[in-house]
Design a binder for this molecule. Structure first.
Ligand code: FAD
Ligand code: NAD
Length: 462
């Protein structure tokens, strides 16, 4: 086999692509992974999950020290923010992890080809490399894992300084005095929380009547109440009609979504976080006859096969939630299939977490979805503060809510509270394995532990 002929070419080295490439290589295939970035890891490791969580953790420590430790009888001296050091630590975390993927590529003999890949024919990818060089790679199979990019907001110019996306919001050189966040979804609330904790006044402008639209209604309402208490100003059912960049900052004009009198909000930073869209630009899909669906994603069958023979697609670029773990699972399954094994993804049980404080973690159906589908269910709900361990967190609002069907099947779980990102996996594991709610009721749970809150929510449904 020549240097440029592979069994599998993966375009995109994010969580979908790098997992697929490593898995296929471990199963004996000769693999190359093409990515435009020098550093592997895609959006998630470079400008997404990892840097945002590093800053969420650091800023939470700052806020704890500033506002909450005295409640626990801990007094600290003068508090000072060293933003440069905080950002450097975040960058180091990113470097360590992206370097880890490069190490795994070497170890498993996956070739990392740096450059923009375009499919020019079935089995052929042309890579535009630095310095105008071109390399033509051939393979029996190609996996497209090109991910997503920030959705622009029509009429709003992103200059990367005053008006920014999540990428710039991960590296602001100083804390804004007042940040306006357009879009009260996951990114808006996570990165908004970071800068509010570090001292910015924060206004969130959300078009829909709730924050985190699509989540269980009770979760959305509770989060709005909690985040307001934390100091976020939240404007629901409000649309942005324009953003003007001024000498000293920016002016955001807003009006009620249904129409009516507008107002202007002056600020020094505007974060546009109105969603992400699949990225397929320059990929050459037309050369192989692949057409996008109505949401701009690549249509695939249950084996991730596109309409073109030998071309597969996974991750943010296909349907489903834009989540790193969903992309990873699809990469693993798709590569396993291509290497002659059976890979499957259970798309019904994909947990999702918002890393605010408290965290939000959900899996399965919401009450609204069950009502829409006329599925009867019982609700079990328990407050953290009514258990010993929950009380230790001094938290008023946190809860676990479980939704259980007539036959005792587990239909969904919705958690707002500390450690929600860990607790949700108890329910996800049960759902993925078809366990009934009885399994939780009959489980012996260590005392005291936050898992008691989950169990007691299930005990309410018997
Ligand atoms: P990506 O990670 O987007 O990777 C695609 C790669 O393909 C990129 O590196 C790109 O450079 C490359 N590429 C594109 N086109 C080409 C081409 N033609 N040639 C060569 N290379 C190309 N998800 C979670 O589950 N948990 C979180 O906590 C979380 N936090 C997030 C925070 C932020 C701020 C953002 C923006 C996203 C977050 N996400 C999170 C979403 C997560 O990052 C994505 O769902 C995930 O990265 C998708 O993986 P992917 O492999 O499909 O694509
Ligand atoms: P999102 O879809 O979560 O939220 C976008 C929000 O913007 C929605 O609430 C929407 O109603 C609102 N909106 C849209 N147009 C608007 C307008 N003109 N004016 C005001 N509001 C408007 O998208 P996001 O927060 O940008 O995140 C993008 C993706 O990244 C998500 O799909 C998410 O899955 C992923 N992500 C996940 C995590 C995580 O898992 N913790 C973290 C960050 C990002």
């Amino acid at each position: 086999m020549s240097d440029d002929k592979f069994d599998l070419l993966v375009i995109g080295g994010g969580p979908g692509g790098y997992v697929a490439a490593i898995r296929a290589a471990q199963l004996g295939l000769k693999v190359a992974c093409v990515d435009k970035r020098d550093a592997l890891g895609g959006t998630c490791l470079n400008v997404g999950c990892i840097p945002s969580k590093a800053l969420l953790h650091a800023s939470e420590l700052y806020e704890q020290a500033e506002k909450h430790l005295p409640d626990f009888g801990i007094t600290v001296g003068e508090l000072k923010l060293d933003l440069k050091k905080m950002l450097a630590r975040k960058d180091k975390t990113v470097e360590e992890l992206t370097g880890g993927i490069a190490f795994l590529f070497k170890k498993n003999k996956v070739e990392h080809v740096i450059g923009a890949g375009a499919i020019t024919a079935a089995g052929t990818v042309e890579v535009a490399q630095k310095g105008g060089k071109k390399r033509v790679l051939k393979a029996d199979n190609i996996i497209i894992a090109t991910g997503s990019e920030v959705s622009p907001l029509p009429g709003v110019t992103i200059d990367g300084k005053r008006v920014i996306t999540s990428t710039e919001a991960l590296s602001l050189p100083k804390v804004p005095k007042h940040m306006v966040v357009i879009g009260g979804g996951v990114i808006g609330l996570e990165l908004g929380s970071v800068w509010r904790r570090l001292g910015a006044a924060l206004t969130v402008v959300e078009y829909m009547p709730v924050l985190l639209p699509g989540m269980d209604g009770e979760v959305s309402k509770t989060m709005a109440r909690i985040l307001k208490k934390q100091g976020m100003k939240i404007k629901l059912s409000t649309k942005v009609t324009g953003v003007e960049i001024t000498k000293s900052g920016a002016s955001v004009t807003v009006e009620p979504a249904a129409g009516g009198d507008g107002e202007t909000i002056k600020c020094d930073s505007v974060l546009v976080s109105v969603g992400r869209r699949p990225f397929t630009e320059g990929l050459g899909l037309e050369a192989v006859g692949i057409t996008l669906n109505e949401t701009g994603r690549i249509p695939v069958d249950e084996n991730f096969a596109t309409s073109a023979a030998g071309i597969y697609a996974i991750g943010d670029v296909i349907d489903g939630p834009m989540l790193a773990h969903k992309a990873e699972d699809e990469g693993y399954a798709c590569a396993s299939n291509l290497a002659g094994q059976t890979g499957q993804v259970n798309h019904d049980v994909i947990p999702s977490v918002v890393y605010t404080m408290p965290e939000v973690a959900v899996v399965g159906k919401t009450e609204e979805e069950l009502k829409d589908k006329d599925i009867s269910y019982k609700e079990g709900r328990y407050l953290y503060k009514n258990t010993g361990m929950g009380l230790a967190f001094m938290d008023e609002d946190s809860f676990v809510k479980v939704l259980v069907g007539e036959d005792d099947s587990i239909l969904g779980a919705h958690i707002v509270g500390p450690e929600a990102s860990t607790l949700i996996h108890e329910v996800a594991l049960a759902m993925a394995n078809g366990l009934k709610a009885k399994a939780f009721r009959e489980l012996i749970v260590a005392h005291p532990a936050l898992s008691e809150v989950v169990q007691r929510a299930f005990l309410k449904v018997s």
